[in-house]
Design a protein around this ligand. Structure first.
Ligand code: NCD
Length: 316
């Protein structure tokens, strides 16, 4: 058994934005995530969160985020409650998010919320005494994805300071890159944002990155960045967020990485993707040493285990 104490600083904390966490706190979460790996794989067993209940409220589709949170609480000996399909709940009768949250708070010890509206998790956190974890709020942010992304980079690259990261694809509507850009700046990575002009990183995120001392470059051509980068972070064009489908059709399929496009990449360059992918990464890339997106998806379990341990005050 490990005997290191688990930090009490996080107990009861909401994780709504990556800005809620300092660099030291992120490091602490990632260190604990490292210790969670054998438990996440089922090689070691624990009842650290025995009797605790986590509520999953997903008002948008999800595979990895929902299932890795469920796996995480189960691996820790706790249980999860799932709202299920919102159309089968009182939400379809017109219940407000605030009222739903007040109920769910009384049924569980922490709430994971994914919602189509930006700011929904912040609103929910005001109505709940129990920790609220943002699992994606519209085109806003996705802080737990950022933690597992940083964890994946740290495990593969050792150090984040000074590494070159290109974020590619839908940087406007893709929420994962919004929180990731801020976090990577705090860790000293150099970033290039590669997107069609209509899908570039929002001005607000660029301003925040600059305020934190980052000097991101903005580009449209993927081939220009491939030889230079250590991490290629590719995203899906977020079809569901386009107000006009004709606008989506103009940019769909803009970027596609296949084996031939990687010819000039550094041998240790890694490719990440929050998934699901459409055509932006050809399946032939999966068997190259660059592909880290499935490892990244697995990392969602130890990282979310660490987070649950911290906010629920579990002990190993
Ligand atoms: C992402 C999301 O939901 O923002 N998926 C995820 O959580 N791994 C990315 C996406 O949907 O494209």
């Amino acid at each position: 058994m490990d005997s290191h104490p688990i930090s009490m600083d996080f107990k009861g904390m909401d994780i709504v934005s990556i800005r809620d966490l300092s660099k030291e706190q992120i490091d602490e979460i990632l260190d604990l995530s490292e210790r969670m790996i054998p438990y996440a794989k089922g090689e070691r067993l624990t009842k650290a969160l025995d009797g605790r209940i986590l509520s999953n409220l997903f008002f948008e589709p999800s595979t990895r985020t929902r299932m890795s949170f469920e796996s995480a609480i189960n691996r820790l000996g706790g249980r999860s409650l799932d709202l299920g399909n919102p159309s089968m709940t009182s939400v379809s009768k017109g219940e407000t998010l605030a009222d739903t949250i007040r109920m769910v708070e009384s049924y569980s010890d922490a709430i994971v919320l994914r919602h189509p509206h930006e700011g929904a998790a912040r609103l929910a956190s005001r109505f709940s005494e129990k920790p609220v974890i943002n699992a994606g709020d519209g085109a806003g942010s996705h802080p737990t994805q950022t933690l597992l992304d940083i964890f994946t980079i740290r495990r593969n690259k050792g150090n984040i300071d000074g590494i070159k990261v290109a974020m590619v694809g839908d940087l406007k509507y893709g929420r994962t890159v919004h929180s990731l850009a801020e976090a990577l700046t705090i860790f000293g990575a150099e970033m290039t944002f590669v997107a069609p002009p209509s899908l570039q990183m929002p001005k607000e995120t660029i301003k925040q990155v600059e305020k934190l001392g980052g000097k991101p470059k903005v580009k449209t051509k993927l081939e220009e960045v491939i030889p230079d980068v250590d991490v290629l972070y590719i995203t899906r064009i977020q079809k569901e967020r386009f107000p006009d489908i004709a606008e989506y059709q103009k940019v769909a399929g803009t970027y596609r990485v296949d084996v031939s496009s990687l010819r000039e990449a550094k041998t240790d360059m890694i490719i990440m993707h929050p998934l699901p992918r459409l055509e932006e990464i050809s399946p032939e890339v999966d068997s190259t040493p660059h592909a880290k997106y499935f490892e990244q998806a697995f990392n969602g379990v130890p990282v979310r285990m660490a987070l649950l341990m911290l906010v629920l005050g579990g002990e190993l």
